[in-house]
Design a protein around this ligand. Structure first.
Ligand SMILES: Nc1ncnc2c1ncn2[C@@H]1O[C@H](COP(=O)(O)OP(=O)(O)OP(=O)(O)O)[C@@H](O)[C@H]1O
Ligand SMILES: [Mg+2]
Length: 261
């Protein structure tokens, strides 16, 4: 975990958590990302909005290395990671959640988080049963509390509600020492109550952890993010603070389709 003084120094030097320079991604003839230039400061919380197929998930894949860019460079905390593996980016503090759940269904909630803590540590992965006083079990429990799942510790993942599963995914992303997290539509399919809980969880994350959240619901995005990037057809067409974006006539025309009038 970054010490506070180190974080202050990072922020005062204006270091970027993330810099994308002329990033594109092609799938055959399809241009899913075209010439993306994007910077996000250390600790900043950004929402990415855009219609289906705009290129939002492809943007995440380019950042994490799941599908590296066709052209362009990606820098993480000042370091060029374009040619690094997914795992090497994770070791540098990058995390993500997926649009489709990747949880271990047959395991308990606490075991899922425990495995994520083990996987994120530099030690070798061991499937030994944890001892009760194990520091990593303690870390797992702290993370469960952070995502409001302390009471579901022993439940199987398959017994959790959809919203609780999304909360567990956030706990997995928090394992180890994340510095920057990419959330891919964590609010999709949530009930209004689950949505409020998600907002609360995201708002209470440690302040040094920056993130990008892909979100279709403008209300969720505007409540957890201090800056907004709008995408359309593989391009960024607008950036600003939530208020500017919400009141932008072009955004209203294209994204809200007049429905929010
Ligand atoms: N692995 C892939 N192979 C081929 N085409 C892909 C692949 N991944 C994405 N695409 C295409 O790239 C474009 C952007 O897709 P992407 O998944 O990034 O959109 P999105 O903004 O995340 O949309 P949604 O809101 O539906 O999740 C789409 O036309 C999609 O079909
Ligand atoms: Mg997507």
């Amino acid at each position: 975990m970054l010490r506070t003084d180190a974080l202050t120094r990072l922020q005062s030097t204006g270091q970027y958590a993330l810099e994308l320079e002329a990033v594109s991604r092609h799938f055959g003839a399809l241009v899913a990302l075209a010439d993306i230039n994007l910077t996000v400061k250390a600790g900043e919380r950004r929402a990415v909005l855009g219609s289906n197929g705009a290129g939002k998930t492809t943007l995440f894949n380019a950042i994490t290395g799941d599908f590296p860019p066709t052209t362009g460079r990606v820098r993480l905390f000042g370091e060029d990671v374009t040619d690094l593996s997914i795992h090497e980016r994770i070791r540098r503090g990058l995390r993500r959640t997926y649009q489709i759940s990747l949880l271990f269904d047959g395991l308990s909630v606490v075991d899922n988080v425990y495995l994520a803590c083990r996987g994120a540590s530099r030690g070798r992965l061991s499937l030994r049963r944890p001892k009760p006083d194990d520091a990593m079990t303690h870390a797992a429990e702290t993370l469960l509390d952070a995502v409001h799942l302390g009471a579901e510790r022993e439940s199987l993942v398959s017994e959790l509600s959809h919203g609780q599963q999304r909360q567990l995914e956030i706990a997995l992303a928090l394992a180890g020492a994340p510095r920057f997290i990419l959330f891919d539509e964590p609010a999709a399919g949530l009930s209004p109550t689950e949505r409020s809980e998600l907002i609360e969880i995201l708002q209470s994350l440690p302040t040094h952890i920056g993130f990008i959240i892909i979100e279709h619901d403008m209300d969720v995005a505007l409540r957890v993010a201090e800056s907004v990037t709008m995408m359309h057809n593989g391009r960024i067409f607008k950036e600003g603070n939530p208020e500017e974006i919400e009141n932008d006539p072009e955004v209203q025309e294209l994204y809200l389709g007049g429905g929010h009038a």
